[in-house]
Structure formats: C-alpha cells, structure tokens
Design a protein around this ligand. Structure first.
Ligand code: 5BU
Length: 246
C-alpha cells in the first residue's frame, strides 16, 4: 500500500475526520487563512493551484508548514488528462511543480495506462486518484467507465490509491466500492448540508448519503468557505461525516 494512504488513515482516525475542504480561492492568503481556520477539523485540504492569481513558489511551502502543524494532507485537484510524456512535464514542472508538494493528485482514466506511467515516473510518493465519476450534472461517466477505471487502478495499485466518486449516482458509487475493495480510497465532492444547486451544474448531496454509499472522504468547498464562520461550519461537516460511518 502507498504510504500516503496509511498516513491519511492515521490522520482520519486521530482527528475523527473524513472531511476534505476545497479551498477554491484566487488569492494565496485566502487559502492559507482558511487552512489555519479549518486545519484542525480536516484530514485533507484540496487545492486548485492554477486559479491563484498571485502564485509564488513560497505558497506551497507555507501551505505545507500549516499542513504539517495541523496534521492534514494536500490534494491538488489537477485532473491530468494527456499522454504520459505531457503529464509528466505538467506534474513535475511548470511554475507550480505540483510533484514537490502534493500528497495526492488526480487524473482522468480515459487516457489509459500511459497517464499513470507518466505521473509515476515523476513522483510515486504522491498518491494518484482516478476519476471514476464526476459530480457535474449531465456528465458522460457511466457504470462501465467507472468499473474499468477500477480495473486500471487495480493493475497500478503501487501508485493509484483511490477514486473520485459521486453520491449523485449512489448505485454506481456502491459498485465502485464493491469492485475496489476496502484498500482504495473513495473521495466524494458535491457535498453540502443544504443541497440547493449552484446554477452551474454542480450536484449536491449530504455527507450521510456519500458515506453510506461507500465514500471514505467527503469534499466540501462553498458549504464551508462561504460561511461567515468556516471553522464552526467545518466542525458541523466533520461531525456529520464521522457520524455517518457504519
Ligand atoms: P463546492 O464548492 O463544494 O461545489 O466545490 C467542489 C470542489 O470539488 C471544487 O473544487 C471542484 O473543482 C471539485 N470537484 C467537483 O466538484 N466535482 C468533481 O467531480 C470533481 C472535483 Br473530480
């Protein structure tokens, strides 16, 4: 098993938290502030590094310092989707140098084995998460795609550590869990306590539904960071996600 999974499972147990917060801000300081506020409540902080309009190489160093101090891991939601050679350049280089600081990254499985090989070549200490489903309304992911993604993961289990799944199609999420077994992680975005739509096609479901359909980790963005008290709101999601286990 990839050591990063063992690390995550330890954090989840210690902090009684299966909550990942998505810090979708365009200013580095806003991401760092949120990390300080919710850091004690979360097991993972998810970034979109390419939406920052003031990125400098100091940002990942500062985020890493908070992550180590507050005991959470970092997931860069890059959704790689190219041939092996190109993704190896995107993962290792550019200005973001994701491979140097991300504990988890994700990729589309549609590309096939080469994407896994290209990313592994750069850094196999990060854990790779494959998109078995997405949460956007009307997406083209179906059961066959999801289960073939599980097969791809199983034949690369030194590096692929889990899946993105959606509790909007809970019957498929449950099949992903059954096919993958318990060693792989399933992370589920599209989580909100009030499940109204965002007007841009995101589908929202409750922490309970996600965990009961087979997810290990719930990913919450606007439900937490748009609240006037993100720390208190994160605690609500942490408690709901934790209580929903078994
Ligand atoms: P929200 O504010 O809780 O809707 O944010 C969800 C986050 O999860 C956001 O960063 C998305 O890019 C991310 N996401 C998602 O919503 N759905 C998916 O299928 C995947 C990622 Br993969």
């Amino acid at each position: 098993m990839n050591p990063v999974v063992q690390k995550l499972r330890k954090i989840i147990a210690e902090k009684k938290s299966n909550l990942c917060v998505a810090a979708d801000f365009t200013k580095s300081s806003a991401v760092l502030e949120l990390a300080e506020k919710v850091g004690d409540k979360i097991c993972i902080l998810k970034t979109h590094i390419d939406i920052l309009d003031d990125f400098t190489s100091e940002f990942p160093t500062k985020l890493r310092e908070i992550a180590d101090r507050k005991n959470f891991l970092i997931f860069e939601d890059r959704k790689f989707a190219d041939i092996g050679n190109t993704v190896s350049l995107q993962f290792g280089g550019g200005i973001f140098r994701i491979a140097e600081w991300a504990d988890f990254v994700n990729a589309h499985s549609i590309v096939g084995d080469g994407i896994v090989a290209g990313l592994r070549k750069v850094n196999k200490n990060s854990g790779l998460i494959l998109l078995a489903q997405m949460t956007s309304d009307g997406n083209l992911f179906d059961e066959n795609y999801a289960l073939r993604t599980v097969e791809l993961a199983k034949s690369n289990s030194d590096f692929v550590v889990g899946f993105i799944g959606s509790s909007d199609r809970p019957e498929i999420l449950a099949k992903i869990r059954a096919a993958a077994g318990e060693d792989f992680l399933i992370l589920t975005p599209g989580i909100k306590l009030s499940t109204e739509s965002d007007g841009l096609g995101q589908t929202y479901n409750s922490p309970e539904k996600a965990i009961q359909s087979g997810a290990d980790v719930i990913i919450v963005g606007r439900g937490i960071y748009e609240n006037s008290d993100p720390a208190a709101e994160a605690e609500k999601y942490r408690a709901a996600g934790w209580a929903a286990r078994n």
